[in-house]
Design a protein around this ligand. Sequence first.
Ligand SMILES: [Zn+2]
Ligand SMILES: [Zn+2]
Length: 698
Amino acid sequence: FYMGKDDNFWEVGTVGPCGPCSEIYYDRGEKYGCGAPGCTVGCDCDRFLEIWNLVFTQFDKQEDGSYAPLPKPNIDTGMGLERLAVVMQDVYSLFDVDTIKSIRDHVCKIANVVYGSNVKKDISIRVITDHVRAITFLSSDGVRASNEGAGYILRRLLRRAVRHGKILGIKGLFLEPLIKTVIENSKHEYSELQEKFEYIITALTVEEKNFNLTIEQGLNILEEYISNLQKENKVVLDGTKCFKLYDTYGFPLDLTLEILEEKGLGVDEEGFKREMEVQRNRARNAQTETTYMGAERTIFHELDTSVNSVFNGYSIYKFDSEIKFITTQNKVVENAKAGENIFIITEQTPFYAESGGQIGDIGEISTDTGVFKVIATTKVVGGKIAHQGEVVNGEIKVNQLAHLDVDRKNRLSIMRNHSATHLLQYALREVIGNHIEQAGSNVTPDRLRFDYTHFQPLSSEQIIEIENLVNNEILNGYDVNIEEMPINEARKKGAMALFGEKYSETVRVVNIGTKSIELCGGTHVANTTEIGTFKIVSETGVASGVRRIEAITGFATLAYYQNLENELNQIGYLLKAQKSDIVKKVHSNLKELQSLQKDYDTLKIQVAKSEAAQILDNAKEINDIKILVSQIENVDMNDLRNMGDTLKNKLGEGVVFLASGNNEKVNLICMATKGAVEKGVHCGNIISKSAKIVDGGG
Ligand SMILES: [Zn+2]
Ligand SMILES: [Zn+2]
């Protein structure tokens, strides 16, 4: 079948490699056909199915639209695995292929519906089937739900699946059993599904729960809108409100519509689309604004692009190189004098520029005429490395030969922490499983920080286990092996790479100790013993499904233990106890405190009793009623009331009036026995009169 350029020519964009292609179709037989006369390849029906595509990339399209021959032509081929399965299993569509059908059937079982009985429901069933499969695989690849990139796609797919679950009438959470079916079906070919089983289930269920909460919030707001509409006798919800539901609560238009239609109401869809357009424009404008304002553009864009800086400091800390550029924050300059803050760019440098989570080096750059203190080293545009800092002495000039001198002590601390970070990742995988993925790391001279995907906090036993594993690797004194090799070879070796990171063809592979192999461009110790001792100092959660460990090595660990010991010494001094006796001493002190507390409580009761007796002695009798008036220091309302009750009971018939000053506030109580009230005593009046005297409310 000759189809011509419109159908069988492959090109992307306006210039570049392209060429003719041929498609392989499979004739699935008349039973899948439409039966119309002229039904053949290209017909819209399901009889002829494209299963394979071959692209003969042989041209290089030029700017002027002409096609030049490509120096190295090649053939690109792609087969649709699921389409082939459709053919081989002789089934109607990919949703009938065995592995996918079992997910589909599971969806039907949960929703209590039969596939093929209702066109609208079938759509929902297929959406859930497809999306659950997609999010399971995305999750196993380390994608986490978020608002950007791959994470956003995962979130959208999950929400769409959940929403179609609601359309089918499924109540509550339902993804977990389906995800398990997906994993069960494919774990033999994709072993990572089983390895990350726990993570996948937890991550996706948490996201499902969160979405349900959002929907609930949205539903409440929608109900409010509905009751307002009904009150105002209106039938159309305006587009702005509908858009707010969409934008803030993830409520898709059709869900809002569905709920409104149940009540005989509708949506201003045009208004909704307008709001959507407004938001898109806002996003677009926001982008142009930042570039227009030059936020993205830096002074380094002004520099000659043919000059690159070469980092040569993996094993050396000093090097002499020519100064190629000097700039301030916003100007390229020829020289800089003491007190000026500038950036220096040299041809070569032993200073490591911040990357891969490792902080940049600090140190000193000097020339014949001046000294420059480096406070940060960063990669800037055009493959350059910028040393940032201040001229502290004399003058620094362009084209001078500079002596670059990395702060070695600082760098050694960084290297200890970086190598320890690799060992930590190895130990974490040993202790809690291979499902964890690095979610970020930050290595400075003072400490290392490692973020990873996991839902539970570490137990103190696990922390100790991890510390022991890492320290065991350290004390075994392994040489650190660093090699450059093609990426494929590195993957074969099982080197861990960061998800979503782009690596070049040749990669740097860092092998530390027995099992840690990572792709890494950072600086490392030569032998694990240089790390010293490794100690975890904190373990916290930073986001849903992301945990953070902070740890220290080398001198920092020493300082950590010295501090602890110092505190212990102080405690010992205060307790007048030997270090070995401190715990015993604290126990006996606590015991003593308890018994003293008991004695104190008994005494307090006795004192209160004798005070009460004294107060009772002061009671006066007027007209056969005992009147007891007393002032007590510093008692709050509650205690005053309790005292009043006790006194009243002991008084026989009478009135008790107590006053106490407490924190610049005066508390008054008045209590009368039944007999006293019958004789005309009115506590309310007494309080209100006396309150006026002390200027209170009563
Ligand atoms: Zn047909
Ligand atoms: Zn690394």
